[in-house]
Structure formats: structure tokens, C-alpha cells
Design a protein around this ligand. Structure first.
Ligand SMILES: N[C@@H](CCC[C@H](N)C(=O)O)C(=O)O
Length: 327
């Protein structure tokens, strides 16, 4: 089969966007999972952290389904939703839309550019759930807030939440960012294990100056990525709950792929988070895929010339991070 796609990224978390509506594709569930495994393979000519399938919605302006590089489906993807927001808004000629995701219809909108020539979108991250059964996390308690998990670490304190994909978050010091600790415990909770039967996204968060944090995430179904939008949103909420940041105020979230902004809203004990950041396109491509053979070729590729503006923005973020963390 021949498939048209766009490769893009949000904070260097890169995705293949496949529009099933305009192209009239009707993939089976197995085909979507197989396409993710095949096309996201980093050894191949494309490679990505996942595929965003854009589909028709009965009750919103479009629908997003997210498949991780290992073929598993995720309930939500913050960086990916910014790309889908841009795609759907541009298709409809609008600056706002509502996108159906697995568990919620979410508001998205075009925003003032974070820097010159950087397409910037805001997406709603919601619902936020602290009940351990929402992740799921098998512990004999209803929630986990800033507590130890003895099977994972003697020192770290974790908070677990679903937004609504599952996240395990630890606020750490610079020394804990160095070494292999995050990798080791992430592999443990994303392999066969009793605590997190469905795996979990694991983030280490370092508080920088007031209003500024750094987040590094090991993503379920992928491994370490440059950034994870839902993780950055969930981490910002955790820092607000710890009193390190302030509800309703913009927090700059630095990551290995750049910087986003998050604002946490609190209303009658419920939280929602705005995630604001780039939605950068890299290229359009057409691929010929043979799923039976597990092979594909790229028959055309057109670079979209947006990345050089993003790289300037990213190097500023990396310079700041270097002074704050790497010394
Ligand atoms: N990178 C995404 C999250 C993608 C899904 C995640 N790996 C999961 O399985 O929950 C983001 O930007 O939020």
C-alpha cells in the first residue's frame, strides 16, 4: 500500500502524521500497530517516537489515535496533540478546534509564536486522575503522592498520576540525573512486572529557578525521548502541589528537545493543564509499504524548511539548561 505522511515534532518528540480522512485510508487495528513498529524503527529511513493517526470524529473536529514505536496504543500524547491541532486547524482554516482522543475531547488552539517562525499551539491536558487504578499501579493504597516505592528506590519519592496516560514522577537533584538510575527503574516498570502491568512513563524533574523546571522522560513503548508533553504537564502539576511553582502561572518546562510552557488550573479540586509549544513539520513523504514482508520504501520526500528556526530556539533552551544543570 502507498501511504502519504508528514513527519513533525513537538520539542523533538517526533511523529509521523497519517491523515486517514483526506486520504481515505481505513486501516485495521493490526495494520496501525504494524505500521508503527515498521515506520518508527530508527534503523529505517523514517524513524519516529510514534504515529499519530488523524481520523474522522462523530462529535469533535477530528480524532487522534497515538501508537508508540513498539506498536502499543497510548490514550494520550501532548506533543503529538499539538501537531494534530496544527494539522486539523490548518485543514479547517481555523485557529481553534476540539480533538477527540481516547478518553476525552480536548480543546486546542493556535497561539502567538514562542519565537519567530515557530508554529505554536496550546492543547488541553485532561482529565487528571490520582487514583492508582487509573494507571494502573498495584499498591495497597488509593493514591501515591511523594512517597517511596521500596521495590524501585530507597531514596526517591514518587507521585503517580494519569493525564490520562500513566505517569510516575520524581523530583530529583542534579546528581540523580546523572548515572543510570532512571533507565534502570524505567526498564523495570516497563518490563513484565507486578506494580505497573501496563507500563508507565517515568519522569525525573529538576526544579531550576522559580517558574522553570527541567523534565526528562523515559516513555512507555519507546524509551528515552527528547520530551514527553503529558509528562511535562503532569510534572508541572506535581511541582505546583509541592509549592515549587504556582497554579495559574506560566511555568517554562525545559527538556532535551527544547522548551514548552505549562499552566496548571485548579477548579473545585479538579486540575487541567495547558501545554503550549511548537508544532514543527519536517517533511512530507510518500511510502510504499509491504506489511507482510515488514518492509517499505520512501518514494518521495519534500523537506518543509521549518527546522532551522526551531534549532535556534532549541539552542537557547540548551544554553540555559547547561548553565542551570550541567554547570
Ligand atoms: N510523547 C507523548 C506520550 C506518548 C504516549 C506514551 N508513550 C504512553 O504510552 O503513554 C506525549 O507527548 O505526551
Amino acid at each position: 500500500m502507498q501511504i502519504k505522511l508528514i513527519k513533525g515534532h513537538g520539542s523533538g518528540n517526533d511523529f509521523l502524521i497519517i491523515d486517514e480522512i483526506s486520504n481515505g485510508y481505513a486501516f485495521t487495528e493490526k495494520e496501525r500497530a504494524d505500521l508503527a513498529k515498521l515506520l518508527c524503527n530508527r534503523q529505517s529511513e523514517l524513524g519516529a517516537d510514534g504515529i499519530l493517526f488523524v481520523m474522522q470524529s462523530e462529535n469533535a473536529d477530528g480524532r487522534m489515535r497515538v501508537f508508540n514505536a513498539d506498536g502499543s496504543e497510548a490514550s494520550m500524547c501532548g506533543n503529538g496533540l499539538r501537531l494534530v491541532a496544527r494539522y486539523v486547524c490548518e485543514q479547517l482554516g481555523r485557529s481553534k478546534a476540539v480533538i477527540e482522543t481516547m478518553k476525552a475531547n480536548l480543546k486546542v488552539s493556535k497561539q502567538m509564536e514562542l519565537e519567530k517562525d515557530i508554529h505554536t499551539y496550546q492543547v488541553e491536558i485532561s482529565p487528571v486522575l490520582f487514583e492508582l487504578k487509573a494507571l494502573p499501579l498495584n499498591l495497597n493504597k488509593p493514591t501515591l503522592y511523594n512517597e517511596r516505592i521500596e521495590e524501585l528506590s530507597e531514596d526517591l519519592r514518587f507521585t503517580a498520576l494519569a493525564v490520562p496516560n500513566p505517569h510516575l514522577i520524581a523530583i530529583v537533584e542534579t546528581e540523580q540525573l546523572q548515572g543510570d538510575l532512571q533507565n534502570q527503574l524505567s526498564e523495570k516498570v516497563n518490563g513484565p512486572n507486578e506494580l505497573f502491568p501496563d507500563g508507565v512513563n517515568v519522569s525525573f524533574v529538576k526544579h531550576l529557578q522559580p517558574g522553570n523546571i527541567y523534565v526528562r522522560t523515559y516513555e512507555r513503548g519507546v524509551g528515552f525521548t527528547n520530551a514527553c508533553g503529558t509528562a511535562m504537564s503532569a510534572s508541572t502539576l506535581v511541582t505546583c502541589l509541592h509549592g515549587l511553582n504556582t497554579f495559574e502561572e506560566v511555568v517554562n518546562v525545559f527538556n532535551n528537545g527544547g522548551r514548552v510552557q505549562c499552566v496548571v488550573h485548579q477548579n473545585e479540586g479538579k486540575y487541567t493543564i495547558d501545554l503550549i509549544g511548537n508544532a514543527t513539520y519536517l517533511y512530507n513523504a510518500t511510502v510504499n509499504v509491504d506489511l507482510e514482508q515488514g518492509a517499505f520504501t520512501v518514494s518521495s520526500k519534500m523537506e518543509l524548511m521549518e527546522q532551522s528556526s526551531y534549532e535556534k530556539f532549541q539552542s537557547e533552551a540548551q544554553r540555559y539548561l547547561k548553565t542551570e544543570i550541567k554547570g
